[in-house]
Design a protein. Structure first.
Length: 337
């Protein structure tokens, strides 16, 4: 009988997984809030823009074998001096550097997925920019993407890597539920938002109305009429994002012309470019409720309420790290489209 020790079919190794969290310059405060809730320090990383406009990054300590989470919305931030395009390039370089430094997994945490509005061709010879950004993230080496309230659900199909799609729906409905408003009607700003608004309305026990909207050009909206009854009611206009707020201003006026007593607005992403603050001030909203997926200027109108989303993202990051179900955060109800 051969008593020699047979080789094992696997090699037992004591291995402790490491989670490392890094912040880009697009929304460092959100990253710091997530780090605080995870009870970790943000990893040291050098980020700068050279005088010729090129972006540079370098991790200041070893990330070998770690699960690296990079928090970077694809948006501008005047405080740190980056544009939306800077943020995208910075994210790509941070992913590339992490892959080259032998990170175990690289997860792009992009609460606001830039270029998401260009998810299809609206006219001949246009790019499908959202698809290109998805390909760029994968080409850089991202293993998965964590994002919030995509402009269109089909953007997930542009990725071959896993996409964890969070939603601020329950944060927003909880807020309006706590306000104790009566005789509510949720108003969809266009037909594309009906499914989202229908779920929003059911969560707060409200009726649903729809606005007839057309876009003759980019960032220009024309509101025709209201489908549904808003007379004498408190209207809540719900969208995924607010950019120049031109749509919201026109929608608020249309709803008010149809007899609404009060008008609120709610959205996940506050891009707030161009004349957004001016439009919001003139629109006459009781409140505009948004989240901090994109950093909001401290000089925003007084009726803007910013809800923190760090808790939601922290829970998702923790679940990704321990290979737990992310959809359980919402009880499987995060497929809104």
């Amino acid at each position: 009988m051969d008593t020699r020790t047979q080789p094992a079919t696997s090699l037992p190794i004591d291995y402790n997984k490491r989670l490392m969290l890094f912040a880009g310059r697009a929304n460092p405060q959100l990253a710091a809030d997530i780090a605080g809730k995870l009870n970790v320090d943000l990893g040291p990383v050098t980020l700068k823009t050279f005088s010729n406009g090129e972006v540079y990054c370098r991790y200041e300590e070893s990330i070998r074998g770690a699960d690296v989470f990079i928090v970077q919305s694809i948006c501008g931030n005047p405080q740190t001096g980056v544009t939306a395009n800077d943020s995208l390039m910075e994210l790509l370089l941070m992913i590339e550097a992490a892959v080259g430094a032998s990170a175990h997994r690289v997860i792009a945490v992009t609460p606001w997925f830039g270029y998401s509005r260009q998810d299809k061709k609206s006219a001949p010879r246009e790019p499908i920019s959202a698809r290109l950004v998805a390909r760029m993230l994968e080409a850089a080496g991202a293993d998965r993407v964590l994002t919030m309230d995509l402009h269109a659900g089909q953007i997930q199909g542009f990725f071959s890597k896993p996409v964890d799609h969070m939603t601020a729906l329950f944060m927003l409905t909880q807020y309006f539920g706590d306000l104790g408003l009566s005789d509510l009607v949720v108003v969809a700003p266009d037909a594309g938002r009906v499914k989202l608004n229908k779920k929003f309305a059911s969560k707060i026990g409200a009726e649903l109305a729809i606005l007839d909207k057309e876009r003759p050009a980019q960032q220009v909206a024309e509101i025709g009429y209201v489908i549904g009854d808003v007379k004498g009611k408190t209207a809540v206009i719900v969208d995924d994002m607010i950019d120049t707020a031109g749509t919201l201003k026109a929608a608020a006026q249309t709803v008010r012309d149809e007899g609404a007593a009060r008008v609120y607005a709610a959205a996940t992403h506050a891009v707030l470019s161009g004349n957004a603050f001016e439009n919001l001030r003139e629109a006459g909203f009781e409140e505009i409720v948004i989240t901090d997926t994109i950093p909001v200027s401290a000089v925003h109108p007084e009726n803007v309420r910013v809800l923190p989303c760090a808790e939601l993202l922290t829970d998702s990051i923790r679940r990704i790290f321990i290979d737990d179900s992310v959809s359980e955060v919402f009880g499987g109800e995060n497929q809104l489209f």
